[in-house]
Structures are given as structure tokens and as C-alpha cells.
Design a binder for this molecule. Structure first.
Ligand code: GLC
Length: 623
């Protein structure tokens, strides 16, 4: 079969996923016919330009479409400069990642950002160039190929919602070129902005309030959902779709395997709404997915929408988009519920939320599971979910902020507030995994028991995200227990943004400590997390397509679920408290466990009296 024939087969396969979406979005636009022809041309050109090695990977992935759901998948997330200086440094650190069991690496924003504050790189000036301090595009390709040769797929961010105001399109819009003005959402006066503002959601109420910015030189208001320097694109213009589709194919042809589409909830604006997660967002995303399936099938999409469950699931394809939208989306609820249950020593809300809002399995998609990332934690707990388990939503959210800021009496955590909004009372939290879990306070107090508990919290969390279903993402430094980095306040471009508290420079000395002192915190965490990920790879029930069923344990402190594999279930139990707990062996038998050996520690379970003892922060995987 020729390359051309293969392309035609794929184009035919995905045609119905692509064209109806574009027609619904753009057919009424006067430029539709030309747009369609140009898009088809761009797709063919990208296929022709695709390197042979990547075409081979395309075929491999077509033959193994569940590759990203397999238990062997383990992700690691970092800023290139903070992890290893630059791309060359990353190549030198691949051994470290391989040793950790990593098969997926997310380079945090690495395309050329604007100068000065760039929102951690999310204010992109050029999508076709690498940030100069990290290296060149040629080096990027070399690094991606080196990672691929080690069995690691590279994920990078592609910001869909906005560009930097210094991007060429924005500069031309600012200079008054009509075609480019139509790339953005600009207004001659503030009548419409004021209308939109009545309902539109504010992202950074504290450091970038409002959604619009007035530019005197242009005499216009520009839609800026995030920071002033991030100009929202006008996705109602098919030229914007075409430009971004071309960028996507360009990046895919550099060897990127996972595209993390940033801030996808904001793509479509509609008067009288929050301007978030409008139906057109899903049509755009399905169309982009279909284009990747046709031209670069090795590539999958991770959609970043940090929203409540009902709003998040559609990014993994619900209703007419089932199986056709994102392959991955962040499981924000699992993350929030983990920290909530940990503070409250009570898993009832976690069980309720995960059992009632999430389907046991998804079509051709799975979650990106994480405890910490580069962003703050917003307490996305609804009043309904809180009251379903007898809590008051507002009070519980306030409790969580206080607890993780470290000011609630008896809190084990140390963190800082992010974007305190006095109007809504909303307080988000920054902090590293270890500091939020208690490692920092325990070290300060020199309290060995508290330190054991803190380490167990971190390990329990990793055992949870490793087994739940989806790709577990290790956030750089968490595997070594890196603490909050208070230095950010001394650096002007970061000082206003407490998220830099948990974006430290990698401390490679901790790796040496881990090697030389097995009793040290880094050693215990590194060995623990490595073991968890290795066991995950050896546990087929953990495959992402296997249904996850939340189980009732009858104990507030215990959270449990079963992975219902055809070969029999994997029963996973987690103790969210510093008290010993126990469950009857019969409980586990009833749910289908037959082998009373923990697949995680490989030790037998059972106390000889018909019970399974669960030490503080225990994690148990039973077959
Ligand atoms: C995403 C990123 C966040 C950034 C925002 C704007 O939410 O995770 O760090 O501030 O998009 O691009």
C-alpha cells in the first residue's frame, strides 16, 4: 500500500467526525468554501512532510489504539529549565526518568513566549519556535527523538485560547489590519464588554481582574480572559481554526505525541453565559481530534479544563462526541477530593462525588491523574455534593483553604493563598505535594512520627493515582519530597503569583541523598514511588479501559474502589487517617478478592482473625 492510499483510508475513516463539525461551526461564514479547501490542502501537505519514522509510529498506534491506557504508562511533568537547564540537560537526564519508570514526559510550556512575565510560558509569541533559552527547534526534535527511543512519549502545551499580545497576529491586529483584527475579540467601545462581563467568569480576580483590556493606541477593548498580555482568539473565525490546525500538525511533525490543549473551556463566548464550555468548544475539539487521527494518528490530545465533573467529562467525549474528543483530561475532582479527604480524615464526599458523577469507564479516553501540578488547587466542591454528605459547602471550602494554608489549628500542611477573591470568598491554595502533606512541618518540628505520617500521605496519594484508571502524572520533585520554594517573592516577574511556590528548581542533590542515605526523606519517597509505578506496570487490572467501581467500606476514613477486570477484580483500599483501621476479610471476598496478598507490597494480608489491619495511611491492592 502506498502512503497516499493509507492517507485516503484514514481520511475516509474520520470524515464523519470532521466535516459535520466544521460545517456546523463555519458553513455560514462567507469564507467557508475556501477555508475547507485550504484545510484539506494543509492536511495533505503535513502528511507528505511527515517523517518516515513518525509514519511508522502512526501505524503502530493505529494497531494499538489503547497504548495510552496501558498500565505501563507513567507520566512526569516539568519545566525544562527548572528540571535540567535546557534541552541538552533533559537529554542527559533521561536515565533518571527511565529509572523512575517514566513513559510520558510533559515539557511545561516550551514554545517561544513573550519577554518578561509570560504566565509560566502560557503567553506564546511564536508557536513554531522553541523558547531560545531552552534550545532550538532542531534540538527539540533531537530531544523528542531521544526520548522516544527510550520509550517515552513527549507531551507539550499548545495554548488554544489566546496568544501573547506580541504574537505576529496580535501585532498586526493592533496595527489595524482588518484580517487580523478578526483573529481576536475586540470592541470599539465597552457596551458589549460590559454585557459579557455580567456573566463571564473571572480567572485571575486578584492580579488580573476583569476580562477586557482597553488599548488607547488601538482605541479598542480586547478580550483578555487571563492576563492583560494574553489575547483571546476569535474561534468563530475559520481562519483561526485553520492557523491553529496548521500549528498542531507542525508540532506533531516535530515528534510530539501528546498535545496538551490549554484552557479549552474558554474557546467560545456567548452573551448571557459564563463563556465557558459552550457546545462549540466540543465541536472545535472533536474536529481537531479528527484531523490528528487522519494526518498524525500517533498523536493524542490532553484537554485542560479545570472545572467541575459535569463540565469536565464532555472533554473526554460525551453524547454525540463519545469516543471522539479528548483522549485525556485532568481528573481535577479526584485531586481535589484527595486533599479534601486527607484534611477531613473523611472520605464520604470523595466516594459520593466519584460514584455519582463519573461513569465507570470511558470510550477511547482516560484520565490524567495527579496530586499536584504547576497550578493552584481551587476547592471545586459544590454545595450539592457537600450537603449530600451533611457538610456545608462554603464552610468546607473555607476549612480546606485554612487547612492547607496551615492556619487551621492542628493542620499538618504548609501552603499559601492564591487569588483570594473577597467578593466570592474564594481562596485557592499553592504549595508543593510534600509541604501540603506535612513533610515541611514535621521536619521543622523534628518530629519523626509526624514525618512518617507525612511520607505515608504522599505515598498513599501516589498509590491512589497509580491504580484509579488513567495515566498517573508525577509532578517534578514530588518523588523526592521537594518543599515549598519561598524564593519566588524575591524575583519581580514571579512575585505576584504564588504558584511559583511549587515550581522550584530541581534539587539534584536530593537524588544523591536518596542514594547515599536510605533512611532519608528523598530515599523513602523515591523508592516508594518507583515501586508503586513498577507494580502498576505489572498489574493488568489497572488498564485504563477497565471499569472503576467505587466501593462502600462503612468507615469514614477508608476509601475503596474495584477495578472490574475480566480476569477478576483488583480491590484497592486507602486509609485517609493516622488511626489504625481494619476491614473484615469477608468484605474483600464479597467484592471478589480471592488472593489475600497485597499486589503493591507483595505481602500477605489478614491478621489470622478474619480481619485486614490497615495502618495509618495504608494502601492496599487486592486481587
Ligand atoms: C492553564 C494553565 C495555567 C495558565 C492558564 C492560561 O490553566 O495551566 O497555568 O495560567 O492556562 O494559559
Amino acid at each position: 500500500m502506498t502512503d497516499a492510499e493509507l492517507y485516503e483510508l484514514r481520511a475516509a475513516r474520520s470524515a464523519d467526525d470532521l466535516w459535520p463539525m466544521l460545517e456546523a461551526l463555519y458553513a455560514a461564514h462567507p469564507g467557508y468554501a475556501a477555508f475547507r479547501a485550504e484545510l484539506e490542502q494543509a492536511m495533505r501537505a503535513a502528511w507528505e512532510a511527515r517523517p518516515a519514522e513518525l509514519k511508522r509510529l502512526d501505524l503502530a498506534r493505529d494497531l494499538e489504539p489503547d497504548w495510552f491506557q496501558r498500565p505501563g504508562m507513567v507520566g512526569y511533568v516539568f519545566y525544562i529549565d527548572r528540571f535540567a537547564g535546557d534541552l541538552k540537560g533533559v537529554r542527559e537526564r533521561l536515565d533518571y526518568l527511565a529509572d523512575l519508570g517514566v513513559t510520558y514526559i510533559h515539557f511545561m510550556p516550551c514554545l517561544k513566549p513573550r519577554e518578561g512575565d509570560s504566565d509560566g510560558g502560557y503567553s506564546v509569541q511564536d508557536y513554531r519556535e522553541i523558547a531560545p533559552h531552552l534550545g532550538t527547534m532542531a534540538e527539540f526534535e533531537e530531544t523528542v527523538a531521544a526520548a522516544r527511543a527510550r520509550g517515552m512519549s513527549v507531551c507539550i502545551d499548545m495554548v488554544l485560547n489566546h496568544t501573547a499580545k506580541e504574537h505576529d497576529w496580535a501585532a498586526r491586529a493592533r496595527a489595524g489590519e482588518a484580517a487580523y483584527l478578526d483573529y481576536y475579540l475586540t470592541f470599539p467601545d465597552d457596551t458589549l464588554p460590559q454585557e459579557y462581563a455580567k456573566t463571564a467568569h473571572e480567572v485571575f480576580p486578584a492580579h488580573a481582574p476583569g476580562n477586557f483590556t482597553y488599548y488607547e493606541d488601538m482605541g479598542r477593548w480586547v478580550w483578555t480572559s487571563f492576563n492583560e498580555h494574553q489575547w483571546d482568539l476569535n474561534w468563530a473565525n475559520p481562519r483561526v481554526f485553520l492557523e491553529m490546525a496548521e500549528v498542531m500538525l507542525f508540532l506533531a511533525n516535530r515528534g510530539v505525541e501528546v498535545l496538551r490543549f490549554d484552557a479549552v473551556a474558554f474557546l467560545w463566548k456567548r452573551l448571557g453565559t459564563r463563556c465557558q464550555s459552550e457546545p462549540e468548544c466540543h465541536m472545535i475539539l472533536q474536529a481537531l481530534r479528527a484531523i490528528s487521527r487522519i494526518v498524525t494518528p500517533a498523536v493524542i490530545h490532553l484537554e485542560e479544563a479545570i472545572v467541575g465533573p459535569a463540565e469536565m467529562l464532555p472533554y473526554l467525549g460525551r453524547g454525540i462526541h463519545d469516543g471522539k474528543e479528548g483522549n485525556l483530561a485532568y481528573h481535577n475532582s479526584l485531586m481535589v477530593q484527595f486533599w479534601s479527604a486527607l484534611a477531613a480524615r473523611d472520605t464520604r464526599m470523595m466516594s459520593h462525588v466519584l460514584a455519582t458523577h463519573f461513569p465507570p469507564a470511558l470510550t477511547n479516553a482516560t484520565y490524567a491523574n495527579y496530586l499536584r501540578c504547576h497550578d493552584d488547587i481551587g476547592w471545586a466542591v459544590t454545595d450539592e455534593d457537600a450537603s449530600a454528605v451533611g457538610l456545608n459547602g462554603a464552610l468546607h471550602r473555607a476549612f480546606l483553604s485554612d487547612f492547607y494554608e496551615g492556619v487551621f489549628p492542628g493542620s499538618f500542611a504548609k501552603g499559601e493563598l492564591f487569588q483570594h477573591d473577597p467578593e466570592t470568598g474564594d481562596k485557592r491554595i499553592s504549595g508543593s505535594c510534600a509541604s501540603l502533606a506535612g513533610v515541611e512541618k514535621a521536619l521543622e518540628a523534628g518530629d519523626p512520627v509526624a514525618l512518617d505520617r507525612a511520607i505515608d500521605r504522599v505515598l498513599m496519594g501516589h498509590a491512589l493515582i497509580a491504580a484509579f484508571g488513567g495515566i498517573p502524572l508525577i509532578y517534578m520533585g514530588d518523588e523526592l519530597g521537594m518543599l515549598n520554594d519561598y524564593g519566588y517573592t524575591g524575583y519581580a516577574p514571579h512575585a505576584h503569583d504564588s504558584r511559583w511556590l511549587h515550581r522550584p528548581l530541581m534539587d539534584w542533590a536530593l537524588v544523591e541523598t536518596a542514594q547515599s542515605d536510605p533512611a532519608s526523606v528523598p530515599a523513602r519517597l523515591l523508592t516508594g514511588i518507583k515501586t508503586i509505578m513498577a507494580r502498576r506496570a505489572a498489574t493488568p487490572e489497572i488498564h485504563g479501559a477497565v471499569p472503576t467501581e467505587i466501593l462502600e467500606t462503612g468507615h469514614r476514613a477508608l476509601f475503596a474502589f474495584a477495578r472490574r477486570a475480566p480476569t477478576g477484580p483488583l480491590i484497592c483500599v486507602f486509609n485517609f487517617s493516622e488511626q489504625w483501621q481494619s476491614l473484615p476479610l469477608d468484605w474483600a471476598s464479597l467484592h471478589g478478592a480471592t488472593l489475600f496478598e497485597d499486589a503493591l507490597s507483595r505481602a500477605p494480608v489478614g491478621d489470622g482473625n478474619g480481619r485486614i489491619p490497615l495502618p495509618p495511611y495504608a494502601r492496599l491492592w487486592l486481587r
